[in-house]
Ligand binder design. Sequence first.
Ligand SMILES: NC(=O)c1ccc[n+]([C@@H]2O[C@H](COP(=O)([O-])OP(=O)(O)OC[C@H]3O[C@@H](n4cnc5c(N)ncnc54)[C@H](O)[C@@H]3O)[C@@H](O)[C@H]2O)c1
Length: 297
Amino acid sequence: PSIRKFFAGGVCTTNVRIPGKVVVITGANTGIGKETARELARRGARVYIACRDVLKGESAASEIRADTKNSQVLVRKLDLSDTKSIRAFAEGFLAEEKKLHILINNAGVMMCPFSKTTDGFETHLGVNHLGHFLLTYLLLERLKESAPARVVNLSSVAHLGGKIRFHDLHGEKRYCSGFAYCHSKLANVLFTRELARRLQGTGVTAYVVHPGVVMSEIVRHSFLLCLLWRLFSPFFKSTRQGAQTSLYCALEEGLEPLSGKYFSDCKRTWVSPRARDKKTAERLWNVSCELLGIQWE
Ligand SMILES: NC(=O)c1ccc[n+]([C@@H]2O[C@H](COP(=O)([O-])OP(=O)(O)OC[C@H]3O[C@@H](n4cnc5c(N)ncnc54)[C@H](O)[C@@H]3O)[C@@H](O)[C@H]2O)c1
C-alpha cells in the first residue's frame, strides 16, 4: 500500500458537492468508472450507471447506494458496440431526465482479438470512439440545456502510439490489438479537442483524461497483460486513485478555459503532436458522422 501511495499521482481535492446534478457514466459497473460513480454519488449527484450487463450494474449500484447513503444511483442498459442500444439508451434517458450536467465517457475495451461491432466497426474504434461519439451527439441538447455542463472522455497515454489510419480504419488490411487500442485512444483525444472547439460559447465544455496505469479489469482480453498487471500491481494505481483525474475534470471549479485539453494526475498534460493535428481531428469528425449516419455540424 505504501508503494502504491507513492505512485498514486494527483488527487482531486475540491470539496464541491453536487446535489441535484445529473451524471451519466458509461461502463461504471467496474473499475475506474465505478469509483467515479461512487464519489459523485457521495457528493449528492443522481448518477446513471450505463452498462452492458444490468445485473452487474445493479450489484455495483446497490454497493454504492449502501456506501454513500445516496439512493439516486440508477442503472440503465447501454451496449456501446451496438448503435441501436446507444439510441435506445439515449431515448430512454431523454424521456426520463430533463437535465444532464456531467457525461463521463468512461467505458473501454483493450487489446481484444480482431472483431467487429454489430454495425461492422472494428471493436476498439467502435466501442471506445464511435460509440461515445454517437452517445455524446444524442445527449448534447440536454447538456446544452443544463449548462454549465461537462463531457469527460477517458483516453490513455497509449494515444501516443496511435495513428488515425483513414485508409484502414477497421483494421481489415492490418490488425494489431495493441495498436488498435492506441488508435482508439488517440481518437478520444482528437474528438475531445474538436468537440470543445465546436461547443465554444454553449456553456458545455469537454476534457480528456489519462487516468494513470490502474489495476482494473481492462486487461481481461490479454493473458500476458493480466500477468504483467498482477506482477506490477504494487506500482499501479488503485481504481479509486485512477478515478481522481476524471473527478477533477468533472468537478474542479474554473476549469472552463481549459476545455478540450488533456489531463493526467489532476493537471493539464502534454499530448502527442498527432493528437494536436486539427486537420486530422476535423477529418475524423466527418468520417465518424458518415459511419454513424448522422449530421453533426
Ligand atoms: N486501467 C488502466 O490502466 C487504464 C489506463 C489508461 C486508460 N484507461 C481507460 O479507462 C477507462 C476505464 O477502464 P478501466 O481501467 O476502469 O477498465 P474496466 O475494464 O474495469 O472498465 C471498463 C468498462 O467498460 C465497459 N465496457 C466495455 N465494453 C463495453 C460496451 N460495448 N458497452 C458498454 N460498456 C462497455 C466494461 O464492461 C467495464 O465496465 C477505459 O476507457 C480505459 O481505456 C484505463
